[in-house]
Design a protein around this ligand. Structure first.
Ligand code: SF4
Length: 131
């Protein structure tokens, strides 16, 4: 069969899509991609800010840990050398029920700070007296 005969028997049922429609769709896709890009850029900036914040917090946590360890060292020294410390209990303070400070009752039944478990109390204590 010749090409002319084939052309006569081939009937198009669809019309070609106009180029302008593709252009509009491409423009829409381009605009959507621009929107996605600006959102990704904003998220990127937020993530950078968060990472900076975490890094700063990490530094501050390191400082706080150093301060805590120093206070524990001083508290342990004060506990060992304080005249009010007996068998790990502080006889200079009483504590109320429900206190967050670790406590035990002495031989008289008085609740007193268990300074063997809480070195920070001695570190901050104004009642310290050397033996
Ligand atoms: S330093 Fe203060 S808390 Fe510690 S045993 Fe002495 S008086 Fe008690």
């Amino acid at each position: 069969m010749s090409a002319e005969a084939e052309a006569e028997t081939l009937v198009a049922e669809a019309k070609p899509v106009p180029v302008s429609r593709f252009a509009r769709e491409l423009e829409h896709i381009h605009s959507s991609l621009e929107d996605v890009k600006s959102r990704v850029d904003a998220l990127d900036a937020t993530v950078s800010m968060l990472l900076e914040g975490f890094s700063r917090l990490e530094g501050e946590a390191g400082q706080a840990k150093r301060l805590y360890l120093i206070a524990v060292s001083i508290g342990e020294w004060k506990r060992r050398t304080c005249r009010y410390q007996r068998n790990g209990l502080c006889t200079a303070w009483r504590v109320s029920d429900g206190t967050p400070i670790p406590a035990r009752r002495d031989e008289s039944g008085v609740a007193r700070p268990d300074v063997s478990k809480e070195p920070l109390l001695c570190a901050l204590c104004p009642l310290y007296e050397p033996r």
